[in-house]
Ligand binder design. Structure first.
Ligand code: PKZ
Length: 224
């Protein structure tokens, strides 16, 4: 846990060490190219191990990759740049993927189609701090929304969160690994009802529980 936090903070220091006062794009040529260029960005799969991943996260990742071998589970790739956005919004990205490796949301989601459930392995980095040493509730809610939302989006297509109800039962230590188990409980027309639990990697601590209502978008209706 400590090592992954240290790795993330090293990235942070490296970024801070660059020219003071300059904009992020001026400090980072890759970012600058992404912001100002019309060239197509090749999507990178962020749901794969990187050096900021802790031993716990790698271990769980390996266990789930093994489960994928017989086809019962599937790892969902994660792309930093959404393919759904229009050309003028091509700089948009899922905000859970907008951080440098290890500083924010490190996660991978696995899907089981027969059971209509997902397992999200999540390590929250130092930029997600709330009460010192613990994850911010908003960051937990974000991760729950993303994990449960993905569980709804696979059978439901394009869905939006209509309601999310979370019980925060125990604080989650910063940089620790948690497992978010989400399942589709019921579908009624365009409404998908889901629930999830957030537990420690060893499953001994129940950190949070949540239920969510997701609505499949009606193609006949405008969002605005
Ligand atoms: C193949 C894969 C592709 C994947 C591609 C995406 C990939 C990447 C996803 C990653 C996962 C990110 C997860 C982030 C997800 C967000 O962050 S979404 C952002 C937060 N949510 C919003 O901004 C939604 C704002 N709300 C709205 O726009 C609209 O209220 C909604 C949700 C679209 C629904 O509007 P609507 O389509 O007009 O539906 P409406 O007719 O009002 O209601 C339909 C039914 O739902 C009920 N309902 C609606 N709202 C509620 C509510 N709040 N409570 C109870 N019932 C409700 C209605 O009563 C109605 O019930 P019935 O009469 O049918 O029984």
């Amino acid at each position: 846990m400590l090592r992954s936090c240290t790795a993330a903070l090293r990235t942070l220091r490296a970024l801070r060490g660059r020219r003071e006062g300059a904009s992020p794009a001026a400090r980072d040529p890759v970012l600058a190219r992404r912001w100002f260029s019309t060239e197509k960005v090749i999507p990178k799969d962020h749901a794969l191990p990187n050096p900021s991943w802790s031993k716990d996260l790698r271990l769980l990742f390996d266990q789930f990759m093994k489960k994928c071998e017989d086809g019962s589970w599937e790892r969902l790739p994660s792309y930093k740049n959404s393919k759904l956005v229009k050309e003028q919004l091509s700089q948009a990205q899922l905000f859970t993927r907008g951080y440098e490796d290890g500083l924010g949301f490190e996660y991978v989601i696995f899907y089981n189609d027969d059971e209509k459930r997902t397992v999200c392995l999540f390590q929250g980095g130092p930029y997600l701090q709330g009460v010192p040493g613990f994850l911010h509730g908003g960051a937990i809610a974000t991760m729950i929304d993303a994990a449960v939302g993905m569980c709804a989006a696979i059978p439901g297509g394009i869905v939006m969160t209509a309601n999310l109800n979370i019980n925060f039962k125990r604080p989650i230590p910063l940089c620790s690994v948690v497992v978010i188990n989400s399942q589709l409980d019921k579908i009624e027309g365009r409404k998908l009802f889901l629930s999830c639990t957030v537990r420690s990697a060893d499953e001994k601590i129940l950190y949070s529980e949540a239920t969510g209502l997701f609505i499949k978008l009606d193609p006949e209706k405008s969002l605005i």
